[in-house]
Design a protein around this ligand. Structure first.
Ligand code: NAD
Ligand code: UDX
Length: 469
């Protein structure tokens, strides 16, 4: 098998950036070039003060060690392709907005454009690794495109290597992955290509977690669907807990003692977000329908519907608790990212909540430690396409701290579980708010009893409102 010496990664996003930065760190003998068409993104990866385009704990340290040594970021996609012997395709695969499968199927246009570029530019043989989350049989399409357009003496071996990192813990996940899946054709060439990629991971991943043959490209869709289903199940139970007087945290804890279920990923929340769960489930729904399995499709669709219900239910609870109207009232939303330790806002529950508050004519103050103001305005504009940005800006203020956001507010809503929200000076927050002062904890983050002692009226997801006062 070929010994890989030069890797190119097409796509410098949340997956390509951290994944290939870690490969560069762990494999100093391999030159890694991450390319992207988005110049602003590449400039940020190259910024002298390491103001990287994505926030991820530990990422700066990795880039600091490897950048300029054997890790490079560039907009010269063609040069990156030409030089490499192994190419990761790590471009975005968003849900299609129009055409066949709109709203469900993955948009494979970016994958195809990147593949065609490889075919056009390559003058030597390449191993092409599909890292983006793509439907079954995409590798076959890539192979057909590459073979139909390749020059003589250029071979392309296609591998599937789905990525399982979670944002916020990407570096830790990449340092010690639960498993590495690599799929290939079961021909000698395919097996050799698989071995070449295996050798790259072998620089730091123990061999036992290596290279299970990838029989079903939908493994990643299935894994994400089952993780999301766990959260929707817990969130469905949280509604029951609120109605019956139980406590979801205690219920989840007790359930997690069953070793078959396990304690992780059972935290009730205001709803899951992120770029993967909803997109991948909708993809699975589409796949199920394409296979004429409507009951299977309906089952998975319900996971997303439960999530929408959870968000709606939470904003309704805020309105109900604030005496059935929030018109003209100031609400501080703490957290805008879809989870803690990331600046990513894709599908964040906070966006939906704020849109709901806006439509009830509330005034909203927002604070998040990592999300840029520009990103917040873009997301709010997308959520309310008919409202001019100026109108949105009359209702919404972005604040520089949690304390500033809470000043003169009627209610505080915790939308993201940033640790710093636990440690705010809640006494000072209480003193600066209108009374009665309400806190809504959508993340089971704060010590409700402590806040009640200060004087707050606290509503926690998955706990009944009757025990509030
Ligand atoms: P992203 O949008 O952050 O990054 C994709 C990048 O690819 C963008 O910067 C874009 O400019 C670039 N790009 C698109 N077409 C290109 C082309 N032809 N040439 C060069 N650059 C091009 O996306 P992401 O979050 O990194 O996700 C990438 C893929 O990985 C998706 O398929 C996603 O489903 C999958 N995935 C994501 C996660 C996650 O946690 N974000 C985890 C596992 C898998
Ligand atoms: C997910 C998968 O975990 C990862 O393996 C895959 O590669 C990409 O998709 P990610 O979306 O980055 O990762 O984060 P994850 O930690 O899975 O959280 C997703 C959403 O679920 C977040 O909004 C999070 O707040 C929420 N969540 C998670 C809960 O509400 N409760 C939990 O117990 C866990």
């Amino acid at each position: 098998p070929l010994k890989v010496t030069k890797i190119c990664c097409i796509g410098a996003g949340y997956v390509g950036g951290p994944t290939c930065a870690v490969i560069a760190l762990k494999c100093p003998h391999i030159q890694v070039t991450i390319v992207d068409l988005n110049k602003a993104r590449i400039d940020a990866w190259n910024s002298p003060d390491f103001a990287l385009p994505i926030y991820e704990p530990g990422l700066v340290e990795v880039v600091r060690q490897a950048r300029g040594r054997n890790l490079f970021f560039s907009t010269d996609v063609d040069k990156g392709i030409e030089e490499a012997d192994l190419i990761f395709v790590s471009v975005n695969t968003p849900t299609k907005k129009s055409g066949v499968g709109a709203g469900f199927a993955a948009d494979l246009n970016y994958v195809e454009l990147a593949t065609r570029r490889i075919a056009t530019v390559a003058t030597s043989s390449k191993i092409v690794v599909e890292k983006s989350t793509v439907p079954c049989r995409t590798a076959e399409s890539m192979r057909t495109i590459l073979e139909a357009n390749s020059r003589p003496n250029c071979r392309f071996d296609i591998l599937s290597n789905p990525e399982f990192l979670a944002e916020g813990t990407a570096i830790a996940d990449l340092f010690s992955p639960d498993r590495v899946l690599i799929g290939s054709l079961q021909t000698q060439e395919g097996i050799d290509a698989c071995e070449s990629l295996k050798q790259v991971y072998a620089n730091w991943v123990p061999p036992h977690s290596h290279c299970r043959p990838l029989v079903f490209r939908a493994v990643q869709l299935a894994a994400n669907a089952m993780l999301a289903q766990r959260i929707s199940s817990v969130n469905a139970l949280s509604a029951l807990c609120e109605a019956t007087g139980a406590n979801i945290d205690e219920v989840a804890h007790a359930i997690g003692y069953d070793s078959r279920i396990g304690p992780k990923f059972l935290k009730a929340s205001v709803g899951f977000g992120g770029s993967c769960f909803q997109k991948d489930i909708l993809n699975l729904v589409y796949l199920s329908e394409s296979c004429h399995l409507p009951e299977v499709a309906a089952y998975w669709r319900q996971v997303v519907e439960m999530n929408e219900y959870q968000k709606r239910r939470f904003s309704k609870r805020v309105v109900d608790t604030l005496f059935n109207t929030i018109t003209g009232k100031r609400i501080a939303v703490l957290g805008f990212a879809f989870k803690a330790d990331t600046g990513d806002t894709r599908e964040s529950a906070a966006i939906t909540l704020i849109r709901d508050f806006q439509s009830e004519k509330a005034l909203v103050n927002i604070y998040d430690p990592q999300v840029s103001h520009e990103q917040i305005w873009t997301d709010l504009q997308e959520a309310s396409p008919l409202a001019p940005l100026n109108t949105i800006k009359k209702q919404v203020t972005i604040c520089k701290s949690a304390i500033e956001a809470c000043k003169d507010a009627e209610a505080v809503v915790i939308a993201t579980e940033w640790k710093e929200f636990k440690d705010i000076d809640w006494e000072a927050v209480y003193a600066s708010m209108n009374k009665p002062a309400f806190v809504f904890d959508g993340r089971l983050l704060i010590d409700a009893d402590k806040l009640r002692k200060i004087g707050f009226t606290v509503t926690t997801i998955g706990r009944p409102s009757s025990t509030l006062v």
